[in-house]
Design a protein around this ligand. Structure first.
Ligand code: UN1
Length: 508
Protein backbone atom coordinates (compact mmCIF):
# COMPACT_ATOMS: atom_id res chain seq x y z
CA UNK A 1 0.00 0.00 0.00
CA UNK A 2 1.28 3.47 -0.90
CA UNK A 3 0.47 6.23 1.59
CA UNK A 4 -0.34 9.79 0.63
CA UNK A 5 1.27 12.17 3.09
CA UNK A 6 0.24 15.79 3.44
CA UNK A 7 0.50 18.46 6.07
CA UNK A 8 -2.42 18.60 8.52
CA UNK A 9 -3.67 21.77 10.21
CA UNK A 10 -6.62 21.72 12.62
CA UNK A 11 -7.29 18.13 11.61
CA UNK A 12 -7.55 18.98 7.89
CA UNK A 13 -5.19 17.88 5.14
CA UNK A 14 -3.46 20.78 3.43
CA UNK A 15 -1.89 20.31 0.04
CA UNK A 16 -0.01 23.17 -1.53
CA UNK A 17 2.11 22.89 -4.58
CA UNK A 18 5.52 23.42 -2.98
CA UNK A 19 6.81 20.10 -4.28
CA UNK A 20 6.42 16.35 -4.04
CA UNK A 21 8.59 13.51 -2.88
CA UNK A 22 8.45 9.79 -3.56
CA UNK A 23 9.58 7.49 -0.76
CA UNK A 24 10.69 3.95 -1.49
CA UNK A 25 11.64 1.16 0.89
CA UNK A 26 15.46 1.36 1.17
CA UNK A 27 15.66 -2.44 1.53
CA UNK A 28 13.63 -2.95 -1.63
CA UNK A 29 13.48 0.11 -3.84
CA UNK A 30 10.65 -1.38 -5.91
CA UNK A 31 8.35 -1.04 -2.87
CA UNK A 32 6.72 2.39 -3.16
CA UNK A 33 5.98 3.48 0.43
CA UNK A 34 4.61 7.01 0.13
CA UNK A 35 3.91 10.04 -2.01
CA UNK A 36 4.62 13.15 0.00
CA UNK A 37 3.27 16.60 -0.71
CA UNK A 38 5.65 19.26 0.57
CA UNK A 39 4.33 22.37 2.30
CA UNK A 40 5.15 26.03 1.66
CA UNK A 41 6.39 28.40 4.36
CA UNK A 42 2.89 29.94 4.36
CA UNK A 43 1.46 26.57 5.41
CA UNK A 44 4.14 26.37 8.11
CA UNK A 45 3.01 29.75 9.38
CA UNK A 46 -0.69 28.77 9.23
CA UNK A 47 0.07 25.67 11.28
CA UNK A 48 1.86 27.70 13.94
CA UNK A 49 -1.03 30.19 14.03
CA UNK A 50 -3.51 27.35 14.52
CA UNK A 51 -1.33 25.91 17.28
CA UNK A 52 -1.07 29.27 18.99
CA UNK A 53 -4.84 29.69 18.90
CA UNK A 54 -5.53 26.24 20.33
CA UNK A 55 -3.01 26.54 23.14
CA UNK A 56 -4.78 28.82 25.64
CA UNK A 57 -7.72 26.48 26.15
CA UNK A 58 -5.42 23.49 26.48
CA UNK A 59 -3.30 25.32 29.06
CA UNK A 60 -6.48 25.96 31.06
CA UNK A 61 -7.36 22.24 31.00
CA UNK A 62 -6.38 20.63 34.34
CA UNK A 63 -2.98 18.91 34.03
CA UNK A 64 -4.36 15.53 35.25
CA UNK A 65 -6.90 15.68 32.40
CA UNK A 66 -4.07 16.36 29.96
CA UNK A 67 -2.34 13.34 31.52
CA UNK A 68 -5.41 11.23 30.77
CA UNK A 69 -5.25 12.32 27.12
CA UNK A 70 -1.62 11.14 27.05
CA UNK A 71 -2.71 7.86 28.62
CA UNK A 72 -5.30 7.25 25.86
CA UNK A 73 -2.75 8.06 23.17
CA UNK A 74 -0.25 5.65 24.77
CA UNK A 75 -2.81 2.82 24.80
CA UNK A 76 -3.70 3.47 21.17
CA UNK A 77 -0.04 3.40 20.16
CA UNK A 78 0.43 0.15 22.05
CA UNK A 79 -2.54 -1.38 20.24
CA UNK A 80 -1.00 -0.31 16.92
CA UNK A 81 2.58 -1.25 17.80
CA UNK A 82 3.16 -3.87 15.09
CA UNK A 83 1.46 -1.82 12.38
CA UNK A 84 3.52 1.29 13.15
CA UNK A 85 6.77 -0.67 13.52
CA UNK A 86 6.17 -2.35 10.15
CA UNK A 87 5.79 1.04 8.52
CA UNK A 88 9.00 2.31 10.19
CA UNK A 89 10.89 -0.72 8.85
CA UNK A 90 9.42 -0.24 5.36
CA UNK A 91 10.14 3.46 5.27
CA UNK A 92 13.63 3.75 6.76
CA UNK A 93 14.86 0.15 6.83
CA UNK A 94 15.27 -0.14 10.59
CA UNK A 95 15.36 -3.84 11.62
CA UNK A 96 11.88 -4.83 12.74
CA UNK A 97 12.82 -5.79 16.35
CA UNK A 98 14.41 -2.33 16.73
CA UNK A 99 11.37 -0.68 15.16
CA UNK A 100 9.18 -2.47 17.71
CA UNK A 101 11.53 -1.18 20.43
CA UNK A 102 11.23 2.31 19.05
CA UNK A 103 7.42 2.24 19.23
CA UNK A 104 7.70 0.76 22.72
CA UNK A 105 9.88 3.75 23.67
CA UNK A 106 6.97 6.00 22.75
CA UNK A 107 4.55 3.89 24.82
CA UNK A 108 7.00 4.12 27.74
CA UNK A 109 7.18 7.88 27.31
CA UNK A 110 3.37 8.13 27.44
CA UNK A 111 3.31 5.88 30.52
CA UNK A 112 5.86 8.07 32.25
CA UNK A 113 4.12 11.36 31.51
CA UNK A 114 0.53 10.38 32.16
CA UNK A 115 1.47 10.42 35.86
CA UNK A 116 3.39 13.68 35.51
CA UNK A 117 -0.01 15.31 34.93
CA UNK A 118 -0.56 14.86 38.68
CA UNK A 119 2.98 15.88 39.59
CA UNK A 120 3.70 19.22 37.94
CA UNK A 121 4.92 20.34 41.33
CA UNK A 122 5.63 23.91 42.34
CA UNK A 123 7.03 25.11 45.67
CA UNK A 124 6.01 27.16 48.67
CA UNK A 125 8.85 29.45 49.77
CA UNK A 126 9.17 31.45 53.04
CA UNK A 127 8.79 35.22 52.71
CA UNK A 128 10.98 37.93 54.28
CA UNK A 129 7.83 39.43 55.74
CA UNK A 130 4.88 38.58 57.95
CA UNK A 131 1.51 37.86 56.39
CA UNK A 132 2.94 37.05 53.03
CA UNK A 133 3.19 33.74 51.13
CA UNK A 134 5.44 32.93 48.19
CA UNK A 135 4.79 30.21 45.62
CA UNK A 136 6.26 28.95 42.37
CA UNK A 137 4.21 27.52 39.52
CA UNK A 138 5.22 25.88 36.27
CA UNK A 139 3.50 27.53 33.31
CA UNK A 140 3.46 26.23 29.72
CA UNK A 141 5.81 27.91 27.23
CA UNK A 142 3.14 28.25 24.51
CA UNK A 143 3.24 27.23 20.87
CA UNK A 144 6.22 25.06 19.97
CA UNK A 145 7.81 24.23 16.62
CA UNK A 146 9.37 20.77 16.82
CA UNK A 147 11.71 19.60 14.06
CA UNK A 148 12.87 16.01 14.17
CA UNK A 149 15.24 13.68 12.31
CA UNK A 150 14.03 10.51 10.64
CA UNK A 151 16.38 7.88 12.09
CA UNK A 152 14.02 7.57 15.07
CA UNK A 153 10.78 8.75 13.46
CA UNK A 154 8.57 7.68 16.39
CA UNK A 155 10.60 7.56 19.64
CA UNK A 156 12.50 10.83 19.37
CA UNK A 157 9.45 12.93 18.37
CA UNK A 158 7.61 11.39 21.31
CA UNK A 159 10.23 12.84 23.68
CA UNK A 160 9.06 16.25 22.52
CA UNK A 161 5.36 15.82 21.75
CA UNK A 162 4.31 13.91 24.83
CA UNK A 163 5.85 16.11 27.56
CA UNK A 164 5.17 19.31 25.59
CA UNK A 165 1.46 18.52 25.34
CA UNK A 166 1.30 17.28 28.92
CA UNK A 167 2.74 20.59 30.10
CA UNK A 168 -0.03 22.52 28.31
CA UNK A 169 1.75 23.54 25.11
CA UNK A 170 0.66 23.13 21.51
CA UNK A 171 2.92 21.80 18.77
CA UNK A 172 3.66 22.25 15.10
CA UNK A 173 5.66 19.19 14.17
CA UNK A 174 7.99 19.21 11.16
CA UNK A 175 9.31 15.64 10.80
CA UNK A 176 12.09 14.60 8.42
CA UNK A 177 10.63 14.47 4.92
CA UNK A 178 12.24 11.07 4.29
CA UNK A 179 10.33 9.58 7.25
CA UNK A 180 7.09 11.45 6.63
CA UNK A 181 4.85 8.38 6.42
CA UNK A 182 5.90 7.13 9.89
CA UNK A 183 5.40 10.65 11.22
CA UNK A 184 1.93 10.93 9.73
CA UNK A 185 0.94 7.50 11.12
CA UNK A 186 2.23 8.59 14.55
CA UNK A 187 0.40 11.91 14.46
CA UNK A 188 -2.81 10.11 13.42
CA UNK A 189 -2.65 8.09 16.63
CA UNK A 190 -2.46 11.34 18.63
CA UNK A 191 -5.49 12.69 16.78
CA UNK A 192 -7.48 9.45 17.02
CA UNK A 193 -6.53 9.25 20.68
CA UNK A 194 -8.71 12.31 21.23
CA UNK A 195 -6.30 15.24 21.25
CA UNK A 196 -8.30 18.44 20.60
CA UNK A 197 -7.87 19.87 17.09
CA UNK A 198 -5.11 22.34 16.40
CA UNK A 199 -2.94 21.22 19.34
CA UNK A 200 -0.78 19.08 17.13
CA UNK A 201 -0.30 20.16 13.52
CA UNK A 202 1.87 18.32 11.04
CA UNK A 203 3.93 20.17 8.44
CA UNK A 204 6.02 18.25 5.94
CA UNK A 205 8.49 20.66 4.41
CA UNK A 206 12.05 20.77 3.14
CA UNK A 207 14.89 22.49 5.00
CA UNK A 208 14.87 25.98 3.35
CA UNK A 209 11.07 26.19 3.63
CA UNK A 210 11.27 25.23 7.29
CA UNK A 211 13.70 28.08 8.00
CA UNK A 212 11.43 30.52 6.15
CA UNK A 213 8.45 29.21 8.12
CA UNK A 214 10.32 29.53 11.41
CA UNK A 215 11.26 33.14 10.65
CA UNK A 216 7.69 33.99 9.63
CA UNK A 217 6.30 32.28 12.74
CA UNK A 218 8.70 34.04 15.08
CA UNK A 219 8.03 37.43 13.47
CA UNK A 220 4.29 36.84 13.84
CA UNK A 221 4.72 35.83 17.49
CA UNK A 222 3.18 32.38 16.98
CA UNK A 223 6.28 30.31 17.83
CA UNK A 224 7.40 30.52 21.45
CA UNK A 225 10.08 27.87 21.32
CA UNK A 226 11.83 25.56 18.85
CA UNK A 227 12.98 22.00 19.51
CA UNK A 228 15.35 20.39 17.05
CA UNK A 229 17.02 16.99 16.70
CA UNK A 230 19.47 16.70 13.81
CA UNK A 231 22.82 17.88 12.51
CA UNK A 232 25.20 20.29 14.24
CA UNK A 233 25.15 22.60 11.22
CA UNK A 234 21.35 23.00 11.20
CA UNK A 235 21.28 23.10 15.01
CA UNK A 236 23.62 26.09 14.97
CA UNK A 237 21.34 27.96 12.58
CA UNK A 238 18.28 27.17 14.67
CA UNK A 239 20.10 28.27 17.82
CA UNK A 240 21.05 31.56 16.12
CA UNK A 241 17.50 32.19 14.94
CA UNK A 242 16.12 31.44 18.39
CA UNK A 243 18.76 33.67 20.01
CA UNK A 244 17.88 36.60 17.76
CA UNK A 245 14.29 36.19 18.92
CA UNK A 246 15.37 35.95 22.57
CA UNK A 247 14.33 32.32 22.74
CA UNK A 248 16.12 29.25 24.03
CA UNK A 249 15.92 26.33 21.63
CA UNK A 250 16.08 22.70 22.72
CA UNK A 251 18.88 21.24 20.58
CA UNK A 252 19.82 17.58 20.37
CA UNK A 253 22.61 17.18 17.82
CA UNK A 254 25.17 14.60 16.80
CA UNK A 255 27.78 12.54 18.57
CA UNK A 256 31.19 10.97 18.09
CA UNK A 257 30.64 8.56 20.92
CA UNK A 258 33.74 6.89 22.36
CA UNK A 259 33.98 3.43 23.89
CA UNK A 260 37.03 2.87 26.11
CA UNK A 261 38.34 -0.65 26.73
CA UNK A 262 40.59 -0.97 29.78
CA UNK A 263 43.14 -3.79 30.12
CA UNK A 264 41.00 -5.49 32.80
CA UNK A 265 37.83 -5.49 30.64
CA UNK A 266 35.79 -8.53 29.71
CA UNK A 267 36.84 -8.46 26.05
CA UNK A 268 33.97 -10.49 24.65
CA UNK A 269 31.49 -8.20 26.37
CA UNK A 270 33.30 -5.15 24.97
CA UNK A 271 33.24 -6.64 21.46
CA UNK A 272 29.50 -7.29 21.76
CA UNK A 273 28.93 -3.70 22.88
CA UNK A 274 31.08 -2.30 20.08
CA UNK A 275 29.33 -4.44 17.48
CA UNK A 276 25.85 -3.40 18.57
CA UNK A 277 26.51 0.30 19.01
CA UNK A 278 28.89 0.62 16.07
CA UNK A 279 27.00 -1.26 13.39
CA UNK A 280 23.49 -1.70 14.80
CA UNK A 281 20.96 0.54 13.01
CA UNK A 282 23.69 0.76 10.28
CA UNK A 283 25.45 3.26 12.57
CA UNK A 284 22.57 5.70 12.05
CA UNK A 285 21.90 6.69 15.67
CA UNK A 286 23.19 9.83 17.27
CA UNK A 287 24.33 7.50 20.05
CA UNK A 288 26.16 5.17 17.63
CA UNK A 289 29.72 4.29 18.50
CA UNK A 290 32.31 6.48 16.77
CA UNK A 291 35.69 5.29 18.01
CA UNK A 292 36.84 2.46 20.28
CA UNK A 293 39.90 3.41 22.35
CA UNK A 294 41.66 0.25 23.48
CA UNK A 295 44.57 -0.03 25.88
CA UNK A 296 47.68 -0.71 23.79
CA UNK A 297 48.38 -3.99 25.63
CA UNK A 298 45.13 -5.58 24.42
CA UNK A 299 44.68 -3.80 21.09
CA UNK A 300 45.63 -6.73 18.84
CA UNK A 301 43.46 -9.22 20.69
CA UNK A 302 40.49 -6.84 20.80
CA UNK A 303 40.81 -6.07 17.10
CA UNK A 304 41.06 -9.76 16.22
CA UNK A 305 37.86 -10.55 18.09
CA UNK A 306 36.03 -7.43 16.89
CA UNK A 307 37.00 -8.20 13.30
CA UNK A 308 35.84 -11.79 13.65
CA UNK A 309 32.49 -10.76 15.18
CA UNK A 310 31.94 -8.11 12.51
CA UNK A 311 32.67 -10.53 9.67
CA UNK A 312 30.21 -13.01 11.18
CA UNK A 313 27.42 -10.45 11.66
CA UNK A 314 24.42 -10.81 9.39
CA UNK A 315 23.43 -7.84 7.23
CA UNK A 316 20.39 -7.59 4.97
CA UNK A 317 16.60 -7.81 5.02
CA UNK A 318 15.46 -5.76 8.03
CA UNK A 319 12.39 -7.98 8.50
CA UNK A 320 14.67 -10.98 9.14
CA UNK A 321 15.24 -11.17 12.92
CA UNK A 322 18.75 -12.55 12.48
CA UNK A 323 20.26 -9.42 10.89
CA UNK A 324 22.38 -6.99 12.90
CA UNK A 325 21.44 -4.23 10.54
CA UNK A 326 19.55 -3.47 7.36
CA UNK A 327 19.88 -0.79 4.71
CA UNK A 328 20.91 2.82 4.94
CA UNK A 329 17.91 5.12 5.42
CA UNK A 330 18.32 6.55 1.92
CA UNK A 331 20.83 7.07 -0.86
CA UNK A 332 21.86 10.36 0.73
CA UNK A 333 22.91 8.65 3.98
CA UNK A 334 24.84 6.05 1.97
CA UNK A 335 26.62 8.72 -0.10
CA UNK A 336 27.64 10.62 3.04
CA UNK A 337 29.02 7.54 4.73
CA UNK A 338 30.86 6.50 1.56
CA UNK A 339 32.51 9.91 1.41
CA UNK A 340 34.00 9.23 4.84
CA UNK A 341 35.39 5.94 3.61
CA UNK A 342 36.94 7.69 0.61
CA UNK A 343 38.54 10.17 2.98
CA UNK A 344 40.25 7.51 5.12
CA UNK A 345 43.97 8.02 4.67
CA UNK A 346 46.51 5.39 3.76
CA UNK A 347 48.04 4.64 7.15
CA UNK A 348 44.83 3.00 8.41
CA UNK A 349 44.00 -0.66 8.12
CA UNK A 350 40.44 -1.63 7.27
CA UNK A 351 38.75 -4.65 8.82
CA UNK A 352 35.33 -6.10 9.36
CA UNK A 353 34.37 -7.28 5.93
CA UNK A 354 35.62 -8.63 2.64
CA UNK A 355 34.27 -5.56 0.85
CA UNK A 356 34.04 -1.86 1.45
CA UNK A 357 31.28 0.62 0.67
CA UNK A 358 28.00 -0.38 -0.90
CA UNK A 359 27.08 -4.09 -0.88
CA UNK A 360 26.09 -5.27 -4.36
CA UNK A 361 26.16 -8.51 -6.32
CA UNK A 362 29.57 -7.35 -7.62
CA UNK A 363 30.81 -6.27 -4.19
CA UNK A 364 29.19 -9.02 -2.14
CA UNK A 365 29.11 -9.78 1.55
CA UNK A 366 29.16 -13.34 2.75
CA UNK A 367 25.91 -14.47 4.36
CA UNK A 368 23.96 -11.42 3.15
CA UNK A 369 20.23 -11.93 3.78
CA UNK A 370 18.20 -11.11 0.65
CA UNK A 371 19.14 -9.37 -2.59
CA UNK A 372 21.72 -6.61 -2.06
CA UNK A 373 20.96 -4.98 -5.40
CA UNK A 374 17.31 -4.46 -4.41
CA UNK A 375 18.24 -1.87 -1.75
CA UNK A 376 20.93 0.40 -0.33
CA UNK A 377 23.18 -1.64 1.94
CA UNK A 378 26.70 -0.99 3.20
CA UNK A 379 29.54 -3.18 4.34
CA UNK A 380 30.60 -2.70 7.95
CA UNK A 381 34.06 -1.18 8.20
CA UNK A 382 36.50 -1.02 11.09
CA UNK A 383 39.18 1.63 10.57
CA UNK A 384 42.19 0.82 12.72
CA UNK A 385 44.90 3.31 13.66
CA UNK A 386 42.74 6.34 14.54
CA UNK A 387 44.59 9.16 16.28
CA UNK A 388 43.51 12.65 17.32
CA UNK A 389 44.92 13.97 14.03
CA UNK A 390 42.41 12.08 11.87
CA UNK A 391 39.28 13.62 10.39
CA UNK A 392 37.48 10.43 11.35
CA UNK A 393 38.40 11.09 14.98
CA UNK A 394 36.30 14.26 15.12
CA UNK A 395 33.49 13.79 12.58
CA UNK A 396 30.30 11.80 12.83
CA UNK A 397 29.81 9.49 9.82
CA UNK A 398 26.26 8.26 10.50
CA UNK A 399 27.16 4.99 8.80
CA UNK A 400 28.50 1.51 9.68
CA UNK A 401 32.05 2.74 10.21
CA UNK A 402 33.89 2.30 13.52
CA UNK A 403 37.33 3.70 14.30
CA UNK A 404 39.81 1.98 16.60
CA UNK A 405 42.65 3.78 18.39
CA UNK A 406 44.93 3.05 21.34
CA UNK A 407 45.95 4.70 24.58
CA UNK A 408 48.81 4.13 27.01
CA UNK A 409 47.17 5.18 30.30
CA UNK A 410 43.85 6.31 31.75
CA UNK A 411 44.63 10.03 31.37
CA UNK A 412 45.28 9.58 27.68
CA UNK A 413 42.05 7.58 27.32
CA UNK A 414 40.11 10.47 28.85
CA UNK A 415 41.86 13.01 26.63
CA UNK A 416 41.02 11.02 23.50
CA UNK A 417 37.45 10.33 24.62
CA UNK A 418 36.83 14.05 25.24
CA UNK A 419 38.96 15.70 22.57
CA UNK A 420 36.69 15.39 19.51
CA UNK A 421 34.36 18.20 20.55
CA UNK A 422 31.10 16.24 20.87
CA UNK A 423 29.70 15.06 24.19
CA UNK A 424 26.59 12.96 23.75
CA UNK A 425 27.17 9.36 24.80
CA UNK A 426 30.19 7.35 25.93
CA UNK A 427 31.09 4.04 27.44
CA UNK A 428 33.82 2.26 29.38
CA UNK A 429 34.53 -1.44 29.74
CA UNK A 430 36.38 -2.31 32.96
CA UNK A 431 35.94 -4.68 35.87
CA UNK A 432 37.21 -2.09 38.36
CA UNK A 433 34.41 0.09 39.81
CA UNK A 434 36.94 2.81 40.76
CA UNK A 435 38.04 3.19 37.14
CA UNK A 436 34.41 3.19 36.00
CA UNK A 437 33.41 6.01 38.33
CA UNK A 438 36.55 8.02 37.60
CA UNK A 439 35.62 7.76 33.93
CA UNK A 440 32.03 8.88 34.57
CA UNK A 441 33.38 11.88 36.51
CA UNK A 442 35.87 13.00 33.90
CA UNK A 443 34.12 12.24 30.62
CA UNK A 444 32.34 15.27 29.20
CA UNK A 445 29.23 13.52 27.94
CA UNK A 446 25.55 13.78 28.76
CA UNK A 447 25.37 10.01 28.96
CA UNK A 448 27.85 7.33 29.91
CA UNK A 449 27.61 3.55 30.20
CA UNK A 450 29.65 1.19 32.30
CA UNK A 451 30.08 -2.18 30.60
CA UNK A 452 27.33 -1.47 28.09
CA UNK A 453 27.13 0.04 24.63
CA UNK A 454 26.98 3.75 23.82
CA UNK A 455 23.49 3.44 22.35
CA UNK A 456 20.18 2.34 23.81
CA UNK A 457 19.42 5.02 26.40
CA UNK A 458 16.25 4.34 28.40
CA UNK A 459 13.32 6.68 27.93
CA UNK A 460 13.11 8.03 31.49
CA UNK A 461 16.66 9.31 31.98
CA UNK A 462 17.92 12.70 30.81
CA UNK A 463 19.03 12.51 27.17
CA UNK A 464 21.27 15.14 25.60
CA UNK A 465 24.83 16.25 25.21
CA UNK A 466 27.64 18.67 25.84
CA UNK A 467 29.88 20.50 23.36
CA UNK A 468 28.75 20.12 19.76
CA UNK A 469 26.07 17.60 20.78
CA UNK A 470 23.64 20.31 21.84
CA UNK A 471 23.16 23.41 23.91
CA UNK A 472 22.97 21.64 27.24
CA UNK A 473 19.24 20.98 27.14
CA UNK A 474 18.10 17.54 28.27
CA UNK A 475 15.17 15.52 27.05
CA UNK A 476 13.24 12.63 28.57
CA UNK A 477 12.19 11.86 32.10
CA UNK A 478 11.11 14.58 34.50
CA UNK A 479 14.05 16.79 33.47
CA UNK A 480 12.48 17.62 30.10
CA UNK A 481 9.71 19.47 31.93
CA UNK A 482 12.20 22.30 32.38
CA UNK A 483 12.25 22.64 28.58
CA UNK A 484 8.48 22.88 28.22
CA UNK A 485 7.48 24.99 31.21
CA UNK A 486 8.61 28.28 32.66
CA UNK A 487 8.69 29.10 36.31
CA UNK A 488 6.39 31.80 37.59
CA UNK A 489 6.75 33.22 41.11
CA UNK A 490 3.56 34.31 42.81
CA UNK A 491 3.56 36.37 45.96
CA UNK A 492 0.44 36.87 48.04
CA UNK A 493 0.38 39.61 50.64
CA UNK A 494 -2.46 39.59 53.17
CA UNK A 495 -0.99 42.16 55.62
CA UNK A 496 -3.55 44.76 54.55
CA UNK A 497 -0.82 47.38 54.13
CA UNK A 498 1.96 47.87 51.56
CA UNK A 499 4.98 45.80 52.60
CA UNK A 500 8.23 46.52 50.77
CA UNK A 501 10.67 43.74 49.98
CA UNK A 502 14.25 44.45 51.13
CA UNK A 503 12.89 47.28 53.30
CA UNK A 504 10.25 45.80 55.60
CA UNK A 505 12.34 42.76 56.51
CA UNK A 506 11.67 41.32 59.99
CA UNK A 507 14.87 41.35 62.11
CA UNK A 508 15.74 38.85 64.86
C1 UN1 B 1 18.93 9.30 18.22
O1 UN1 B 1 19.62 8.60 17.47
O2 UN1 B 1 18.63 10.49 17.90
O3 UN1 B 1 19.79 5.87 22.96
C2 UN1 B 1 18.32 8.82 19.48
C3 UN1 B 1 19.44 5.41 21.87
C4 UN1 B 1 17.99 5.56 21.46
C5 UN1 B 1 17.75 6.94 20.96
C6 UN1 B 1 18.70 7.45 19.93
N1 UN1 B 1 17.15 5.25 22.58
O4 UN1 B 1 20.22 4.84 21.12
Amino acid sequence: MTRTVTSVINGKAVTDAAGTLTLNNPADLSDHVADVSLASSRTFLDACRAAKEAQAEWAATPAPTRGRAIQQIGRLIEANKERLATLVTREIGKPYPEALGEVQEMVDTCDFFLGEGRRLYGQTVPSEMHDKQLFTFRRPVGSLAIITAGNFPVAVPSWYLVPALLCGNSVTWKPAEYAAASAQATAELFWHGGLPEGLLNLVVADGPTTFEGLELGMDAGVIDKVGFTGSVEVGRRIGELAGRNLQQATLELGGKNPLVVMPDADLDLAVEGALFSGFGTSGQRCTSLGTVFVHESIHDEFLRRFDEATRAAKVGDPMDPSVLYGPMISQKFCDNAERWLDAVEGHHTLHGSTGIGRITADNPREGFVGDPDAGIFMHPTIVDGITAKDELYRHETFGPIVGVGTFADFDEAIELANGHGYGLSSSIYTTDPKTAFRFAERISAGMTSINNSTSGAEAHLPFGGNGKSGNGSRQSGMWVIDQFTRWQSVNWDYAGKLQKAQMDVTDV
